[in-house]
Design a protein around this ligand. Structure first.
Ligand code: NAD
Length: 712
């Protein structure tokens, strides 16, 4: 008998599965059962759109069905085509045999949305493939190809062609054979000589990888239960841990992040351009100008996406350096891929060409400029591009903060100029901030979004302002961190609080990594420090606002961070990565406070966290009110994918909604009163408005913005 089930499990699908199984058991003419999916796809498990109400969670209803399958007196064979994910794989684990199509993929991705496989998967999988492989799948949520599943023993057979026929053949072959050895619940978990140490290490590893994130940790606990307890007890533990996760705010935050990443695909601008009406131009070839830190990663990313690239530098010496760096990156990437160098084909000049000749950019569909952050230089390059490139070519700049309109003004085609802000390392980081200027055409935006997709990145469309969204929100955050040092804290204390919150690295470790000189040059350019600063400017004030010269002073001492071996921390050598607290810096801070008559005070963790995060969030409200982003989800996706914001906290704006807007407002008011010369702490009017109207849910915020946002 064949039981066909729908791609996503719903209560109706579960009922149909149960009915089918009972019918098969009761019918003496049925000798074996095969479960397959509809239209060539086994099942992606439960539809997480229904996850908001814990009691109706489909995972909870699935477990008895999986047991029912396993206890069937007739052999049940799963025919896995397409994907078997989450509950889908758990159903397959309940079956006595599994046949998968060679192109099928399998996985238990629950951990990525803050849960664990709650339909007995944490107990059956280790029994089938052993603790190490099961832990790897359950704690990472990765999808594995059928060939790997066969090696692990997760499937019994692979079908090159017709999976259903292969499954039926297998079912016919096993009719009459004893089923007990095929019932995973009856099997012991394969032992390891050092199981206890292995589990302990696994726990340490997941805790380190996702600081503060509950799901991977609880997944380890569930698998531990499988290895230590009888099946029924292990199940009780799995259920207990599942409920704990379901009721934690983290699952909600992770599911919000999942949907936010989909929501940002539907971009819109205040002028009315939107994803639904704009058409992308094909990108069949590209060029990258500047092969420094960013350019080399961007070239790598394009080659990986199979887009032929012309890579250009300013002179032969830099070209040689850039080429070497790109080749190294590509070789490393090729090693990670199936098919390796051959697949990437980067030694073929038709796929990747290095040059110093702008004329070679004549025919490319898109150019990405990644030269020094200098307006005059960027304008010179765009002027050249405007003359050389073919009429339809999209001209992109990777600037971190400069005005897109001004760059576009150097061309005769501002409608084709757009910001594509990659993050470092550009071939790894998933975020692509896409910045439209006043003249950028809807088609240019759509093309940049299409490019993001081709590069396997998440494109977020934002408006043009200094620092765009990500860096603009980062400025007040870093500013607060430095002010906290002035007032009595230390870099390691501030970093620790933010790392405990879940950031991959705190603000001081981050600036040491990025290089303190980058910001220094930018501030010199803005006239905030350096020779252009008017004589008599107070050391700790600019334009009537509080300013901290601390980062400038460090640069004046040659402390640029990791690259010079010291910055906010001390490193083992120039280019070293291990940060240790630096007594020199502590003395320096003490002298600085003395010079400026600042009395150091003890600053508690709550104040560190709130001042840094709430200043960042406050800027987020300003960005929303100005129409720079279409919604809070956009800000959150940018922060999760570009700035190491802990995903399990759902992004800064989601976090603000969980803290409660009245509390965020009250705290900002309190800090602002103590620091009236710090505009970043002054509550934004939009935040005030939202609190005044009763703090509506995040999804409704944009309806309170004064400018009329086009309906997404
Ligand atoms: P970089 O100094 O590492 O590299 C710049 C490269 O541009 C150098 O190799 C230089 O030789 C080349 N170049 C300069 N003038 C040129 C010209 N006329 N023609 C061709 N090549 C030329 O700089 P970077 O860190 O890669 O930054 C590049 C851009 O990306 C900047 O606008 C920066 O603000 C932005 N950005 C940097 C980061 C980062 O983390 N480094 C992140 C996002 C965006």
């Amino acid at each position: 008998m064949v039981i066909e089930s729908l791609f996503y499990f719903s209560l109706a699908v579960l009922q149909a599965l149960e009915d089918g199984l009972k019918k098969a058991d009761a019918d003496p003419s049925v000798k074996a059962v095969m479960i397959c999916g509809e239209n060539g796809k086994f099942s992606a498990g439960a539809d997480i759109r229904g996850f908001s109400a814990p009691q109706s969670h489909p995972g909870i209803g699935l477990a008895p069905i999986v047991s029912l399958i396993e206890s069937s007196e007739k052999p049940v064979v799963a025919a896995i085509e397409g994907v078997a994910l989450g509950g889908g794989l758990e159903v397959a684990l309940g079956c006595h045999y599994r046949v998968a199509h060679v192109k099928a993929r399998m996985g238990l991705p629950e951990v990525t949305i803050g849960l664990l496989p709650g339909a007995e998967g944490t107990q059956r999988l280790p029994r089938l493939i052993g603790v190490p492989a099961a832990l790897d799948m359950i704690t990472t949520g990765k999808h594995i190809p059928a060939t790997e599943a066969l090696k692990l023993g997760l499937v019994d057979e692979i079908a090159e062609e017709n999976t259903i026929e292969a499954a039926i053949r297998l079912a016919n072959k096993v009719i009459g054979q004893p089923l007990a050895p095929r019932r995973l619940s009856l099997k012991p978990v394969p032992t390891l000589p050092n199981m206890e140490a292995f589990l302990r290490e696994a726990l340490v590893k997941v805790k380190k990888q996702a600081r503060g994130c509950l799901a991977p940790e609880l997944c380890v606990q569930a698998v531990r239960a499988a290895s230590e307890r009888p099946f029924a007890e292990g199940l009780r533990r799995e259920r207990e841990l599942f409920r704990l996760l379901l009721s934690s705010g983290q699952a909600r935050a992770l599911q919000y992040a999942f949907f936010a990443e989909r929501a940002v695909r539907r971009w819109a601008t205040p002028a009315g351009a939107s994803w639904s009406s704009a058409n992308a131009q094909p990108v069949r070839s590209a060029a990258v100008i500047g092969l420094g830190t960013m350019g080399r990663g961007i070239v790598t990313s394009l080659v990986k996406a199979n887009i032929p690239v012309v890579a250009l530098e300013q002179d032969l010496e830099n070209l040689k350096k850039g080429r070497k760096a790109v080749m190294l990156l590509l070789e490393r990437e090729a090693m990670k891929m199936e098919g390796g160098a051959q697949r990437l084909d980067f030694h073929n000049p038709a796929r990747l060409q290095f040059t110093v000749d702008f004329d070679l950019l004549r025919d490319v569909d898109l150019v990405i400029e990644a030269v020094f952050e200098n307006m005059a230089l960027k304008k010179e390059i765009f002027h050249k591009l405007s003359k050389i490139c073919k009429p339809g070519a999209l001209l992109c700049t990777n600037t971190s903060a400069l005005n897109i309109n001004e760059i576009a003004s150097a061309t005769s085609r501002p409608q084709q100029v757009i910001g594509t802000h990659f993050f470092s390392p550009a071939h790894v980081m998933r975020l692509l901030e896409i910045i439209y200027g006043s003249h950028t055409s809807p088609s240019a935006i759509a093309t940049a979004m299409q490019l993001a997709k081709a590069l396997n990145k998440i494109g977020v469309v934002v408006g043009n302002c200094f620092g765009f969204v990500g860096n603009r929100m980062m400025f007040p955050y870093v500013q607060q961190a430095v002010f906290l040092l002035e007032e009595g804290s230390r870099p390691e204390a501030v970093d620790e609080v933010l790392e405990d919150f879940g950031f991959k690295i705190g603000p001081f470790r981050m600036s040491d990594l990025a290089g303190l000189d980058v910001g220094w040059r930018s501030r010199q350019g803005q006239g905030l420090t350096g020779p252009s600063l008017p004589a008599g400017t107070p050391a700790r004030q600019r334009h009537g606002q509080r300013y901290s010269p601390l980062p400038d002073l460090l640069c004046e001492h040659g402390r640029f961070g990791q690259k010079t071996g010291h910055g906010w921390y001390l490193y083992e050598k120039a280019g070293g990565r291990t940060a240790t607290p630096d007594p020199w810096l502590h003395n320096f801070l003490a002298r600085y406070r003395d010079t400026h008559g600042i009395k150091a005070r003890a600053i508690d963790q709550e104040e560190i966290l709130e001042r840094c995060l709430f200043a960042l969030i406050n800027e987020g409200f300003a960005i929303l009110a100005e129409g720079i982003a279409s919604g809070p989800e956009h800000l959150d996706v940018i922060y999760i994918n570009g700035y190491g914001w802990p995903r399990h906290r759902g992004g800064p704006m989601f976090y603000a909604s969980t803290v409660g807007l009245p509390r965020v407002l009250a705290k900002l008011e309190q800090y602002s009163e103590v620091h009236p010369d710090v505009p970043g702490l002054r509550p934004n009017a939009f935040l005030r408005k939202l609190v005044a109207v009763g703090s509506p849910p995040l999804q409704e915020w944009m309806s309170y913005v004064s400018w009329q946002s086009p309906k997404l």
